[in-house]
Design a protein around this ligand. Sequence first.
Ligand code: GLU
Length: 635
Amino acid sequence: MNKQENIASRRHGARGILYTVAAAVATVALLGPALATAGDKTSLGIPGVRGGVVATSEPAAARAGRAILEAGGNAIDAAAAVAFALNVVEPQSSGVGGGGFMIIYLAKQKETVVVDSRERTPAAGDANMFLDSNGDPFGFSIRSTSGIGVGVPGMVRGLELALDRWGTMSFDEVLGPAIDLAEKGFRVSKRLEESILSSRLDSEPGNPAYEVARDVFRPGGVPLQQNDLLVQPELAATLEKIADEGADAFYTGPIATAIVETQKNARTVADPNDQARLRGRMVLQDLSDYEAAIRDPVVGDYRGFRIVSMPPPSSGGLTVIQILKLIERFPIGDEEAGYGFGSKRTLNVMMEAMRLAFADRAVWMGDDDFVDVPSEGLLDDDYIALRSALIDPDARQNNVEADDPRPFEMAQFDADEVQLAMAGLPDEEGLNTTHFSIVDREGNIVTYTNTIESAWGTGLMVPGWGFLLNNELTDFNRVPTFNPDPDNFNPGANDAAAFKRPRSSMSPTLIFKGKKPLVALGSPGGSTIINSVTNVTMGLIDHVRNAQEAVDLPRISQTSANGSPSWEAGFDEDVIDELEGLGHNLSDSRLSVIGSVQLVAIDRKGKRQYGAGDRRRIGAVESLRRSNDNDDDED
Ligand code: GLU
């Protein structure tokens, strides 16, 4: 029996679900069709499949999803299997100690639903929780590696909700591959090797709270290397317990107690009052009270395609759609008009639109269970026209500021002359997280971004249970911004508060033509997530590239109104120089790698399925063929 069959029989044998998985499944990127020509086979003549596609950042996790699809599971079941498997094989990016956002398209109902499993602030949290006893904010490196940064984890409740409502399998079934990977081990990848060397795992040598994770990833003080076998029995015990007893086993009982004890740890600082302030404030009740939420997606049209994306508490969907709508009046695909991929005008318009949208994001977006986010105003056609008019394709705006979208809300807010206080806070979201996309044989789709925030989260691993705690609360404003003064108004949209969820940038997204879903995508990368999704969407729609080509194209990203953009190698150096001439700071120090987009695509007839993995990380696509894959699409 090969390894995959072993996984299958171990968890499913008793239930009589029979399936086999090919012994060696090649990791292939299926080149999806360009949206404009969807319905054809791809330009390279590669046909898609009909049995389902899983696109993730890690091959073993892609295989876990494939195994579940092959066992008869749907995209929701496979998503749960992939998320748990990623906790094992990409532990630095996501896991049960964190949270995320999932968008599900239900083929039969033709409905899109959103599952929000974002971490919440403990009941004892407040807007000043990141300030020291002098009222100054703790530095990012201190608060992000201390208990005060830990949000109440949401992943397990979120998956429970998704499986209960829309899945066909139990935790016991979908956890099979992950438990197997944790118990029997897997070979460390080059990427994991590099991440294990990162300074995030260096906190306070000798402090037992930070030794727990080091003991797993740097056993005996020696960092694991590529091809070493990593076995995680304690994580396996956590996953087994969830498999046997359900989500309550995570949110109550010994695991919950261990989480609460672990987040009481903090980095060592001199002042005892500050030391106390850095301890996490989570209690058992916060865990047992945690609930995942079902939300409606945000929706906007771009050049005849419908963009369906993540609503607050993420800023992702609103900002992606706002950027695209600001750009829509420019003929981005038209080379003769000076546009086309990578031209000076195209890149300038993109950066200018990003600056405008990120300025609004900084003031207006946050958890709308707690603050009024003017979502309709931000995407209102008149408001967009007003903002887009500020973009000159041949010039850079000197100073970009947020505007006030509230008068454009349906409710017709009476704004008079409200002056906005500029937030201008440095963006300190991490650069980790993971994104995967799945389509099953019925056409159900999941696009899911999951995170523990920074790589290795807080670096605090729960002793005996083998998972890392997130530092998601560092996504809040570190200093409260709320100001009711009409001359200096700031809604404090992303100030911390009890039970509130920190603003995210995660942007799992679906692209529809009419009622037909054509693409599911998303990315990790902190606030650059928004721009990775925007770049790839424009690659598909404006530049008419197929799915893999759109993922491969170099990206540009600006995540604040007046900061510096980052850019990827691959653009014409002369164009970069010209853009610098306009005033954009595109110096070589801003050269970077932006995001990791995993994408699935479906042709317009809804039959052929494709996947694209991002080579910026490992990028892995698994697909299932059906017996009629070679038939004509007319059948
Ligand atoms: N915490 C970030 C967010 O929610 C994600 C971190 C990342 O992608 O690097 O937006």
